[in-house]
Ligand binder design. Structure first.
Ligand code: FAD
Length: 446
């Protein structure tokens, strides 16, 4: 009989897992508590055009320099021709009341060249023991100075994690640099070695014309059994497999499966694992963000793709994307589309504001940052809130994930996937989903 696998969570990781399980001939049921699949990939409309409410783009190349998992998934979903790339417009950083272009010759804002003012002392032992970890700040502050971290590294990391350089795991945020640090005695040597790894040619980022939801909708459409508006509340061992409790507490339903993929954030995953004897999730904090999208009447903006705002500058806004200058396919006559993001880990009080208040704050701060009296009245505006959305990996996160996976192997066909474990980026989440599917297939002896 065909074995059944339930994938809990229809974000990009769960979709990737379901796609692979289906491809291998299993009976796949995808369950998500939301009203649509995609999780943090969600395209809406603003002023009559598409706007990303969550993730906007993906890396084109994978760690080996070949096409990233996102490019491969888009290809498998028939969307290879829909992948488009940003314009050459560059990003800037707001420092001391002005917009400065992001310097080139850096890795995540860390200058490759040594700063004569901050000697990069050579240590007897390599910077990192094998498998060791520390925070990005711990590695970079003593060797490149606080200004580099506060002005460039932290805002760039903030753009991805809404997180702090002094808390984030080097191994998760900059895995190539962590690997190079195991062989290097200075940061300069480690950086050179990290950037010397196979570089791919061509554009660094891509997105899907028409929106990221086209990708998740296409993968979803190929799945035979997708159950939306269904929260999985409990997981128990049942015979040789699993029983999941789905739905409201007054009217629960049961779903039996030979295998399970949990592709949900860390907290719901931990809750589900806690009802299985001997299992526990990984502890992980998340940052919340709000995105404010504004469609302005055609407005002249600096010729940039957008800019980052270091926390040290004292604004609530941490980044702004000039959508139609960054993406040519989003350009529409008469409209200027931008999206600002607010919210940093540990400093979320700005997010308590009402939507109206948040829009007013963003308009005021953008005017100050752009050095104009006021922004024109928007034709349309919207606030997209992502509570507890961005994982804050602290050092040794990978070790905690490895331990969880070793424990899971002692149970019938069960695997975890997604940003809680293997990295926040879309390609990393897809790879994580595929690996979870492979682990479950192995557990089922398929
Ligand atoms: C605002 C924002 C912008 C981003 N921008 C980018 C970007 O430009 N590029 C990039 O690469 N990455 C970006 N990211 C990160 C990336 O989007 C995410 O890390 C990734 O999409 C996470 O995918 P996932 O499948 O692991 O989890 P999720 O997308 O969180 O999916 C989990 C799913 O599980 C469901 N679920 C939860 N609990 C249950 C339950 N008990 N029962 C049933 N279903 C449940 C949820 O409804 C959800 O659909 C961004 C993230 C955010 C928040």
């Amino acid at each position: 009989m065909t074995k059944r696998v339930v994938v809990v969570g229809g974000g990009i990781a769960g979709l990737a897992a379901a796609q692979r399980l289906l491809e291998r001939g299993l009976d796949v049921v995808l369950v998500d508590r939301g009203e649509r699949t995609g999780g943090k990939l969600r395209t809406g409309t603003l002023a009559g055009g598409p706007v990303e409410q969550g993730a906007e783009s993906f890396l084109m190349a994978g760690p080996d320099g070949g096409p990233s998992a996102a490019v491969r998934l888009a290809g498998a979903a028939g969307l290879a021709g829909a992948v488009v790339h940003p314009t050459p417009a560059r990003a800037a950083v707001a420092i001391d009341g002005g917009l400065r272009e992001l310097p080139s010759g850096t890795l995540m804002g860390i200058p490759l060249a040594e700063d004569p003012g901050v000697p990069d002392v050579s240590s007897d032992a390599p910077l990192l023991p094998p498998g060791g970890d520390l925070t990005v700040g711990e590695l970079v502050r003593p060797r490149r100075g606080d200004a580099v971290v506060d002005h460039y590294v932290e805002p760039l990391l903030g753009g991805v994690y809404a997180g702090r350089a002094d808390r984030l795991s080097l191994r998760m945020a900059l895995p190539k640099l962590a690997a190079a640090a195991e062989r290097s005695h200075t940061l300069t040597e480690a950086l050179r070695s990290a950037v010397a790894a196979p570089a791919s040619r061509g554009p660094v980022f891509g997105t899907i014309e028409g929106g990221m939801s086209r990708l998740t909708d296409a993968v979803t459409a190929a799945l035979p059994d997708v159950r939306l508006g269904s929260t999985v509340r409990e997981l128990r061992r049942h015979g040789a497999g699993w029983r999941l409790t789905v739905g409201s507490t007054h009217d629960p339903g049961f779903l039996d499966a030979d295998g399970v993929v949990l592709a949900v954030p860390a907290a719901p995953a931990a809750r589900l694992l806690s009802t299985v004897e001997g299992l526990a999730g990984v502890p992980l904090e998340y940052a919340s963000v709000a995105l404010v999208a504004l469609a302005l009447p055609a407005t002249k903006l600096p010729e940039l793709s957008g800019f980052l705002v270091p926390a040290t500058e004292g604004f609530a806004v941490k980044a702004v994307t000039f959508f139609d200058q960054k993406w040519a396919h989003l350009h529409r006559p008469g409209v200027t589309l931008l999206r600002a993001s607010v919210g940093r880990h540990g400093d979320e009080q700005q997010l308590q504001r009402t939507d109206e208040n948040l829009v007013a704050l963003v308009r005021h701060e953008l005017a100050v940052l752009l050095g104009v009296d006021a922004l024109p009245d928007p034709v349309a505006g919207a606030v997209y809130r992502w509570g507890g959305a961005l994982p804050q990996y602290t050092p040794n996160h990978q070790d905690r994930v490895r331990t969880l996976r070793e424990t899971l192997r002692r149970h019938p066909a069960i695997a975890v996937a997604g940003a809680a474990y293997d990295g926040v980026g879309i390609p990393a989440c897809i790879t994580s989903g595929w690996a979870a599917a492979d682990a479950v297939l192995e557990g089922l002896g398929e």
